[in-house]
Design a binder for this molecule. Structure first.
Ligand code: BEZ
Length: 222
């Protein structure tokens, strides 16, 4: 592993709850801007490099969940520090060898512009490759979740689907979701902020273990 020489991260790195940094990019589907995704959720993800084995498994795995994401109004957008020609060749090789069509665009970020803007390069791991980052951006362009995985560990697309379900459920119902929650499980009521709120909560008929820990079922259709 390379030695880290930089002490502090850039102060302008993306932050949860803030607008995602805008960009315009060359992709395998032509020029794309972040603003093109307004009204949809977006998963912007980076991989270290084209024609590498773990990344190949990830691209296939993302392609496999693309229909389920579409049902949830979520688009996918990949990125690495490679050229469009390399992306095209890799996508074609994946189609040939893994019988999988990659239905989403992949950004060619050869000058590292977007990788730097989003803090996708972890110099302690590699100065020339993006780590395995996932940025979940909501239909209003707000950054809602970030996941960072190292070069050697492929991501879990079940967890990414679970994260999307949790975010959309939280937004729709004003609730939170517990550890290892899956769609259909009981949800958590955010903790009360006042003594009065705590007392009301206990009277309201939720499943409360204590004033700060209440769960409820969501309607089955929702
Ligand atoms: C891979 O995708 O296989 C990979 C990429 C960078 C470092 C290690 C593995």
């Amino acid at each position: 592993m390379e030695a880290v020489t930089q002490n502090s991260p850039s102060p302008s790195l993306p932050r949860l709850g803030m607008p995602a940094p805008p960009f315009q990019a060359e992709t395998t589907h032509g020029t794309i801007r972040l603003a093109d995704f307004a009204g949809s959720w977006l998963i912007l993800f980076s991989h270290p490099a084209d024609f590498t084995p773990v990344c190949t498994t990830e691209l296939v795995a993302f392609a496999q969940i693309a229909p389920e994401l579409r049902q949830r109004n979520v688009e996918l957008l990949g990125l690495s520090i490679d050229s469009t020609y390399s992306h095209i060749a890799w996508v074609r090789a994946i189609e040939q060898h893994f019988k999988t069509t990659i239905p989403f665009p992949v950004i060619a970020d050869l000058n590292k512009e977007i990788a730097t803007l989003y803090g996708m390069i972890m110099p302690g791991e590699s100065k020339t490759e993006t780590s395995r980052c996932v940025f979940v951006i909501d239909p209003n362009g707000i950054l809602r979740a970030m996941i960072y995985y190292p070069l050697t560990t492929g991501r879990n697309t079940d967890e990414i689907l679970r994260l999307i379900d949790a975010l959309q459920t939280a937004d729709k119902h004003g609730v939170a979701t517990p550890a290892n929650w899956r769609s259909g499980d009981k949800v958590i009521l955010p903790p009360p902020k006042t003594i009065e709120g705590a007392a009301e909560r206990l009277k309201a008929g939720y499943e409360c273990t204590d004033w700060f820990f209440c769960k409820k079922e969501l309607p089955k259709d929702g």
